[in-house]
Every structure is written in C-alpha cells, then in structure tokens.
Design a protein around this ligand. Structure first.
Ligand code: KIV
Ligand code: ZN
Length: 381
C-alpha cells in the first residue's frame, strides 16, 4: 500500500516572493482555482500581515475556494496571527502557519534573543493560534542548520503546546540529501510525539537540491511536502511541485508513495503561473519545459518512431502536453523527415524523397531548424 503524501502548495506565498511576480487578488484567485483542479491538499495563499492587498486576497481565497486546507504565513507574533486568522477563518478547513527561527544564526543574529526566549515565543504563538483554531503548523525555520538537540526540544515543546504539523525547512538550501534524510529519521527517533502530528519539509534550491532533498525526506517518512509550481520561490526557488509529483508517480516502485495530484493539470497550471507571474519556464526544465518532450537528434527521433518507450519515461499526454514533438535539424535522420512529410500529407516516391532529403540537409546545415514551411518549399521546388 503506497503512502499518501500531502501536497502543500506555496506558489501564492513563497512563489510570490519572487521579484516581479506580485499578483493582484483576481490573479491569485485564478491560480487558486487551478490549484484545486490540480489536486493540491493545502494552499498557502499569502502572508496577510504583509499588506492589505494580501490580506484581501487570502480572505477571498478562504471564502471561495473549496476542498483544500487554506493557510497563510504568520511570524510568531500576535498581530501576524490575528491578521492571518481574520483571513483564513472563512475557510471550511483553515490552518494557521507560524514560522520562527530555530538555528542559532536566526535566533541570535536575526531575532537577537537567546534559545530559551525563542522557544517561549514559539510556544506562546502556538498556544495563541490554538485558541483560535485546531490546525496549527509550526515551521522551525533554518532547521537544517540548527543544533539538533535544540531543534528536537522545540519540536517536542510546540507539539505539547498544540501544533498539529511540524515543518522542517531547509530554508537556505544547504542540506545534502543523505544528511537531510538522516535528520528526518533522527527527529522521528528522538521525538516520539512527532509520530502523532504531521511531519513536513520545505526545501529551497540554492544548490539545486530542493527536489531530491524533498524526495529523500519522503523516503525517510515525512507526511507533507511544501512545493511550488515551476519551482518558483525565494532566491533559487523551492522544490518544484511538478517534479515531486511526477517522480512519485513514475517511481512508485522506489518511493512507495502517491499524491492526489491530477498529473494532466500540470502543464496548464505551469503555463498559467508562468503567464500571470511573468516568469518564463526554462526550456530544459523537467516536466514543464518547452523541450521536455521534444526530440531533436536523428537517433532519438528514429527510436521514438519505432517505440516511444525508447526515449520517453512519461507520456506527454499524462502531464497535459498534447503530444511529443520533433524538431528537424541537421541531426534529424530520414525516418523523422519522412514522418513529418507524411503528417503534412506527402507520401513521396523513394527517388524524390532522397533528392528532397539531400536538399533538406543542405538547408539544415545553414540554419538551426527546418520548419514546416521550409519542408513545403523543398517539396515544391
Ligand atoms: O524557507 C522557509 O523556511 C520558509 C518558511 C516560512 C517555511 O519559507
Ligand atoms: Zn521558503
């Protein structure tokens, strides 16, 4: 039996922190509706204390969006928690998400307090949130750079205070997969109460490890993963929702886990987020990049035409791409050129095809790509 992993989407909060990606209330609602179609379990809709506009957007989402848990971010202070609660209290399933530093760097250098003061602040925040609602997530910010004993003390104490989900963020993308997996295992061993709450991870991509760190945490027993569409987020971004979901789906044999994500909605969601946030997706991006299902070399095109299994581990249609595509270049072989001509309605006799292919290679050597119009020109000349 595969374990069901909770997908916590933070595109509208961490994702929206990307410079230039700011959305208005209407745009946030459009994305939230699409996230429902995509099948996420939790929507982190914003950071209500940050601005009246965000407060309004989180409120509208909490009122209108049905299905997922609706949350937003609050620092461990009463005014943030109040602002968040005023917005999410309209949701059928509201959650308060509190973040507070756990590493000495954050405790001493950012908050300018000591560990005990920080722990007290966290506990008071959880108790206050708990007086407002049942579901309270506590994020131990910078967990991967925290002192292990202190981190466990924080986790144990905030669970006692009422936290229902504990998040272990790799806030600065510092963790290495093996080490991060071991951290999750050690927390589970040291804090038995963690088995009674949800354990979550939130990985940043500063070293390009966000997705693998997230998956290694899944392998080591976390219940929830925090991700964003197209991997957008602070600095180098967060673990990409589409990568995590597609990997868990493709390699169920290894991870023995599944999600509620409707994979066919992945590409429409990616395009919507990219368009509304004005952040292009890099062409070679896994799953959602323009080239993810585009075959260019002759060897590959020939292989695909013989059997898709040769070079495709995911069917493009399964993630909402209409079909794979071939780009015709000087590296394309006869098989691909003939195939494209057939698609365009031309069945040429062998001698005529050979002549066309010779002229195709001359043209392809001169330019990066041969278009359909170029092919038609070759047929007619
Ligand atoms: O990166 C981080 O630690 C966060 C927290 C709010 C979870 O975004
Ligand atoms: Zn983050």
């Amino acid at each position: 039996m595969n374990k069901r992993i909770i997908i916590f989407d933070t595109t509208l909060r961490d994702g929206e922190q990307v410079p230039g990606a700011k959305l208005d209330c209407r745009q946030k609602l459009i994305i939230a509706r699409q996230l429902v179609r995509l099948g996420v379990d939790v929507i982190e809709a914003g950071f209500p204390a940050s601005s009246p506009g965000d407060r309004e957007a989180v409120t509208r989402i909490a009122k209108e969006i049905k299905g997922p848990i609706i949350t937003g971010l609050a620092r461990a202070v009463k005014s943030d928690i109040d602002a968040l609660w005023q917005a999410v209290r309209h949701a059928k399933r509201p959650r308060i998400h509190i973040v507070l530093g756990a590493s000495d760097i954050h405790v001493h250098e950012k908050l300018n307090i000591n560990r005990d003061q920080c722990l007290k602040m966290g506990v008071e925040a959880v108790r206050y949130a708990k007086s407002l609602t049942y579901d309270v997530e506590y994020s131990t910010e910078d967990a991967s750079r925290s002192d292990f004993d202190y981190l466990c003390r924080v986790i144990e104490t905030v669970i006692k205070a009422g936290a229902t989900v504990i998040n272990i963020p790799d806030t600065v993308g510092y963790a290495i997969p093996d080490e991060f997996g071991r951290l999750i295992r050690r927390i589970r061993k040291r804090v038995p109460a963690a088995a009674k709450v949800g354990l979550s991870v939130h990985c940043h991509n500063d070293l390009g490890l966000a997705t693998i760190n997230t998956l290694t945490a899944v392998k080591n027993g976390v219940d929830q993963v925090e991700v964003t569409v197209n991997g957008i987020g602070e600095r180098a971004g967060n673990a990409a929702l589409e990568e995590v979901a597609a990997i868990l789906n493709t390699r169920t044999d290894y991870y023995k886990s599944c999600t509620n994500i409707n994979l066919r909605e992945i590409t429409p969601t990616s395009r919507l987020v990219s368009r509304l946030m004005n952040i292009p997706v890099q062409p070679n991006k896994a799953i959602v990049g323009g080239n993810a299902f585009c075959h260019s070399s002759g060897i590959h095109q020939d292989g695909i035409l013989k059997s898709r299994a040769n070079y495709e581990i995911i069917a493009p249609e399964a993630v909402g791409v209409q079909r794979h595509s071939f780009v015709l270049t000087a590296r394309s072989g006869k098989h691909a050129v003939r195939h494209r001509l057939q698609e365009l309605g031309f069945e040429l006799p062998e001698q005529q095809f050979r002549d066309l292919h010779r002229r195709f290679l001359q043209l392809a050597d001169e330019r990066k790509q041969v278009s359909d119009d170029d092919l038609l020109m070759l047929v007619n000349s």
